[in-house]
Design a protein around this ligand. Structure first.
Ligand code: SIN
Length: 277
């Protein structure tokens, strides 16, 4: 197995492993260690069926069946979330066109996600990733002290792609939650920032006037170019990312009349945070 870095900020390509076939435990342990070290892993030429995608993803842990978004999951394989730029029942698909970490607005933020590409537009449609350990580490000690014990308010209904829709029912079913602004990764013990422009609306106990400057600074700081990697997809690439220490962004810099078809599995995460009244 060969591990080749993708950028200085994060990411590695794994070569020499066929993930469509069962993988022995020592090889998978090496993949898991690479995931902890590099945060996102790229596998090329995967040629996976949905079942093989699910089987490989399960090696990382239990999977979400996307029951909170039943309209959008695959009808047969509920663990597969198609990420396709088409409308379903008159609604645009909830694609992440702002920086975010999957399921950060729930009490079980996703552990990781594995996204496989089937069709890409002629140009554009890349995905960007950023390293939230590095973003945290680059802060001054004084700023780290300032944010250490803060809780961010995470709200599923404020994303730009949801604007203009009546989301009162969605909000009732998915009320805002508080998540630590600085999250400790349960496996590495490292601290990572855990706020995002797509979902974080305030800081518990602060007025909007107090919290917005902090959040605006953290949103911009987290995505400094040196923390990021931008992936130009080829069909059958698959990327596994760790949502506990990264964010990602689907760039809509392409002709939206062209198809872009991806499939995602989502790894269930540990319990974190509490409901905000
Ligand atoms: C996602 O946000 O899970 C999908 C990212 C992408 O479509 O590039």
């Amino acid at each position: 197995m060969e591990i080749v870095k993708l950028s200085a900020g994060l990411g590695a390509e794994i070569r020499g492993v066929d993930i469509s076939q069962p993988i022995d435990d020592p090889t998978f342990a090496e993949i898991e260690q690479a995931w902890r070290d590099h945060l996102i892993l790229l596998f090329r030429d995967t040629n996976l069926t949905h079942q093989q995608h699910i089987d490989f993803s399960r090696r990382f842990g239990p999977l979400d069946d996307h029951r909170t978004i039943p309209k959008f999951r695959d009808e047969e394989f509920h663990e597969i979330l198609p990420v396709i730029n088409k409308e379903v029942d008159g609604r645009k698909q909830p694609v992440g066109r702002q920086w975010h970490s999957d399921l950060s607005t729930t009490l079980h933020p996703a552990r990781g996600s594995l996204l496989r590409c089937e069709v890409v537009p002629e140009v554009g449609g890349d995905t960007m990733f950023t390293n939230m350990y590095r973003a945290y580490d680059a802060l001054s000690e004084t700023y780290k002290d300032l944010i250490e014990d803060l809780w961010g308010i995470q709200d599923m209904t404020v994303a730009r792609h949801s604007q203009g829709r009546d989301l009162s029912d969605v909000r009732k079913a998915n009320p805002p939650v508080a998540q630590p602004v600085v999250r400790v990764h349960p496996e590495t013990g490292r601290k990572a920032l855990f706020v995002s422009e797509m979902t974080t609306t305030g800081i518990v106990g602060m007025t909007p006037e107090e919290s917005q400057p902090i959040l605006e600074f953290l949103f911009q700081h987290s995505v400094r170019p040196e923390f990021t990697y931008r992936h130009r997809w080829s069909p059958q690439d698959m990327i596994a990312w760790d949502n506990r220490c990264t964010m990602h962004l689907a760039l809509d810099d392409y002709d939206l009349s062209e198809p872009r078809r991806m499939y995602r599995t989502t790894l269930l995460g540990e319990q974190s945070g509490y409901l905000v009244n």
